[in-house]
Design a protein around this ligand. Structure first.
Ligand code: MN
Length: 423
């Protein structure tokens, strides 16, 4: 077992019972506070640990990490040190903050320099994202979309069970939780028999996704096998891949989504390592027909991660519209990365790979308003008795993700974004 994952460990830092961030999590992020940062941090409970300040106390010596790696605006240089280094750092942090270790615990000066309440910091984009791919790997989501827009009898296109379908997206508009997004403007074609019109999208939607971030580069021409893929994955975030359905509908033939998908995609700020998620591995759905040999994977590559989506209208309480689970994914991350690289496409540290909308089998687990309100035919009744077919101006969309088993909870916190009126 990974030392830092020991469920019996307790920290001398206070952790509330339902916290996403017990000492067994040790995620990584980038924070800023007044004059301090941006710098690398981890989080225990509601306390942010400044890794650069911590390294000054020599407690991270011997790990092969130059302290300046933590004094950067993104984690890319740290991540590039490789999996054995991430693992060694998680283990070391776990020791330093374990309840019986006095080295920082009993040093009030050190604590004042190293620890901040989460309320006092602003979280930043944790990585510089070079390339971004978005997959389409939930069978329930792909089936729902196929039923709505094509043919209920042949909802999945013929390639879907053979290829982890995806497209190359745009990284410049991937932003961190708390970033508000203006409703996009664009071309739509609301009436069959009339020409296109230009204006604010009327069908802004969320896509409940998770994304993984790569931590090991490859050279052009190389491929990553499903067996090695997880060595290339640093960790995961919850991902709200905002979409403008009306723009998408008009623009996407024949080359796929374009401006309907790059006006803002939002991630949760803490990257949870695959190591921390180890206890929550689970089998994926049976793949039938069998996939080609380069896509076959041994063992459990799926993860049981509960995912909730809430809409919070201006000055009102949040209202839950979806509870789904990452485990519904038909294609796992190892298969996605193997497919991404099978043609020799090279990958870099900090690349991001979206899962695609994660829908479950029942209507309350659908991962987009498109499906929840079924193309606008089943509007969601909000507590103030207003209706939602899609997202309205000044609605805040909140997504949360966590795994829970045998009293251990490892979570991602939340990704929150408000949709502002069009500019
Ligand atoms: Mn997407």
């Amino acid at each position: 077992m990974i030392k830092a994952n020991n469920p019996d460990l307790k920290s001398w830092i206070e952790v509330e019972k339902r916290s996403d961030f017990p000492i067994q999590n040790i995620p990584f992020g980038i924070f800023r506070k007044n004059g301090t940062g941006p710098r690398a941090a981890t989080r225990i409970g509601d306390t942010v640990v400044d890794l650069y300040a911590l390294s000054k106390y020599k407690v991270l010596d011997g790990l092969g990490i130059h302290p300046e790696v933590f004094n950067k605006p993104v984690l890319n240089d740290f991540i590039a040190l490789g999996k054995p280094t991430w693992q060694a750092l998680r283990d070391r942090l776990s020791e330093i903050f374990e309840e019986n270790n006095p080295i920082i615990r009993d040093n009030p000066g050190a604590k004042a320099e190293i620890l901040y309440s989460i309320d006092l910091v602003k979280m930043q984009m944790p990585v510089s994202v070079g390339d971004y791919t978005d997959f389409y790997s939930s069978i329930e989501h792909a089936t729902n979309v196929g039923i709505m827009f094509r043919d209920p009898a042949n909802a999945l296109l013929p390639n879907w069970k053979h290829i982890p379908v995806g497209y190359h997206g745009r990284s410049s508009s991937i932003v961190v939780s708390g970033t508000d997004i203006h409703r996009p403007k664009g071309q739509t074609k609301p009436n069959e028999n009339e020409g296109p019109v230009f204006g604010p999208s009327k069908q802004v939607d969320f896509e409940l996704e998770m994304a993984f971030i790569t931590g090991k580069k490859t050279e052009l021409g190389e491929s990553v096998s499903t067996a090695d893929a997880e060595d290339h994955i640093f960790g995961m975030v919850v991902f709200n891949d905002l979409s403008a359905r009306d723009i998408q509908k008009w623009e996407y033939v024949p080359l796929g989504p374009f401006l309907s998908k790059n006006f803002g995609s939002v991630i949760s700020p803490w990257i949870v390592t695959l190591d921390a998620l180890e206890p929550f591995r689970t089998e994926g759905p049976v793949q039938e027909p069998a996939v080609l040999p380069y896509l076959q994977s041994e063992g459990k590559h799926n993860f049981d991660i509960k995912l909730d989506v809430f809409i919070q209208p201006e000055k009102q309480k949040e209202f839950q519209v979806c509870h789904s689970n990452f485990k519904y994914m038909y294609w796992n991350m190892a298969q996605q990365l193997a497919h991404q690289t099978i043609n020799g496409c090279n990958i870099n540290v900090g690349d991001m790979y979206g899962s695609g909308t994660i829908s479950g089998p029942t209507p309350d687990s659908f991962g987009s308003m498109l499906e929840i309100a079924w193309k606008g035919t089943k509007p969601v009744k909000m507590p103030d008795s207003s209706e939602r077919k899609f997202i309205l101006d000044n609605d805040t969309i909140i997504m949360r993700g966590y795994s829970e088993k045998d009293g251990l909870r490892i979570g991602f916190g939340e990704v929150s974004t408000k949709i502002l009126p069009a500019k």
